[in-house]
Design a protein around this ligand. Structure first.
Ligand code: GLV
Ligand code: MN
Ligand code: MN
Length: 422
């Protein structure tokens, strides 16, 4: 077996099996238009995890869960004491999500491990397939809680008080979840016994248009742009919509509109590199004939350049305060991930594997955030992107061809055979 290529294992990757598993997973939380809504720490999430575990157990993998619900499926190495290679992604989806964001990375990990085993290829290092808890942040903000806690960015109880739209706290949801998975062996959170992973590889659909439009098969991801999330809360006063003159109102909706207009100016970028999104707005008391006394809205800000992300992000609070006419506001930062660059070990292995398999590859930086960025301080990290139709993601019509996903799983298999034998 030459470095970077494991022909028998690569040949054992089954396009049909991987696709069938993806479509089985897509049933759990299916929404109209071929989409999926499977929020983290829900019954649907648990059903998906049980299905994954059933496949892992049939393969003979060791299953374990940590204190924040990260799920690990371990293929033992011939030298079990060596640092493992980790591969995976997440199983939760956006509320109006698709069938591939996240879950494909986990199932590609399983497919690659299955292919290694079927081909009879033993690896020196263990390989652990991982499904991180709450990557999306759609139910409990921010995202990437599982990988952040694993990597020690935050303690596991940092988000205990974060509540979903129904007022359920993350702490309560996690407690219930862990109780329902009490039969699954527990492992320590994060680096156990001082053994950091040897490397982390995350396969994912690109979620953008570059690979498809370039006629390419594989994205060799060399870094991830930075993201900052903010929560803005505007406080006004309720009043009667028919009788209260405008001059007497403290209308939180009107001040929100002023704030967002000012933020659009702050974040305007003729080159369309800086990305600014207000994705959630909650109005209280949410009644047609009452002036709103409270608005909460979220800001998602992204840029690949640290200096730009810091400068524009730091200006947000002042711009919001300056835009208000009658209300008061607070601005809270809830997520701060600086742009990250990957150590060359994994990207180089991905590039070699793609070339050996005759696949057309492109080095690229991810516009989406991923659990991978939180592993960067811990171990060499990288990602494998495959194209998705029209670059569409976070939408039910998100789609990648079975053959494109199989190509990604083959690259992962070769990369794991390479890294886990070092
Ligand atoms: C991940 O889902 C992101 O929003 O980038
Ligand atoms: Mn994802
Ligand atoms: Mn996503």
């Amino acid at each position: 077996m030459s470095a970077g290529v494991a022909p028998n294992a690569v040949a054992a990757v089954s396009e049909a099996r991987q696709w069938d598993r993806l479509m089985q997973m897509a049933q759990l939380g299916a929404i109209p238009g071929d989409g999926v809504n499977r929020a983290c720490l829900t019954d649907l999430d648990r059903q998906a995890r049980r299905l994954l575990i059933s496949w892992a157990e049939a393969l003979g993998l060791g299953v374990s869960v940590d204190a924040i619900g990260n799920l690990f499926l371990r293929h033992e190495g011939t030298e079990p004491g060596l640092a493992p290679v980790l591969a995976g992604s997440h199983m939760d989806t956006q509320p109006n999500g698709g069938r591939f964001d996240g879950i494909w990375g986990v199932l590609a990990g399983l497919e690659a491990v299955q292919a290694l085993r079927e081909a009879g290829i033993a690896t020196r290092r263990p390989v652990e397939v991982v499904a991180w808890t709450n990557e999306e942040g759609g139910r409990f903000a921010p995202g990437c809680m599982g990988s952040m806690a694993y990597a020690g960015f935050k303690p596991a109880d940092a988000w205990d008080a974060v509540a979903d739209n129904d007022g359920v706290t993350f702490a309560a949801a996690l407690r219930q979840h862990l109780a329902l998975e009490a039969d699954i062996p527990r492992r320590g959170l994060g680096v156990v016994d001082g053994v950091a992973p040897f490397a982390y590889v995350e396969p994912h659909i690109e979620q953008g248009p570059r690979l498809e439009s370039g006629g390419l098969d594989i994205g060799v991801v060399d870094g991830i742009q930075g993201s900052r999330w903010f929560l803005v809360e505007i406080f006004g006063r309720t009043d009667h919509a028919g009788t209260t003159p405008l001059a007497m109102r403290k209308d939180a909706v009107q001040d929100m509109l002023r704030a967002i207009a000012a933020l659009n100016e702050l974040t305007h970028d003729p080159d369309d590199v800086l990305r600014f999104t207000v994705g959630r707005i909650e109005v209280s008391p949410n009644s047609p004939n009452t002036v709103a006394d409270r608005v909460r809205f979220t800001i998602d800000l992204r840029h690949p350049d640290r200096a730009v992300l810091l400068a524009r992000g730091d200006a947000i609070e002042g711009v919001v305060q300056g835009a208000l006419r009658t209300c008061t506001a607070t601005v809270t930062e809830r997520f701060h991930a600086l742009p990250s660059r990957f150590d060359p070990l994994v990207p180089d292995a991905v590039e070699r594997a793609a070339a050996a398999l005759g696949l057309k590859a492109l080095r690229m930086t991810s516009g989406a955030f991923h659990d991978a960025q939180f592993l960067v301080p811990l171990c060499p990290t990288g990602m494998i992107f495959v194209p998705c139709r029209g670059g569409v993601s976070h939408h039910p019509s998100e789609y990648s061809e079975p053959s494109q996903l199989a190509a990604g799983a083959r690259v992962l298999t070769a990369v794991l055979a390479d890294l886990a034998n070092r």
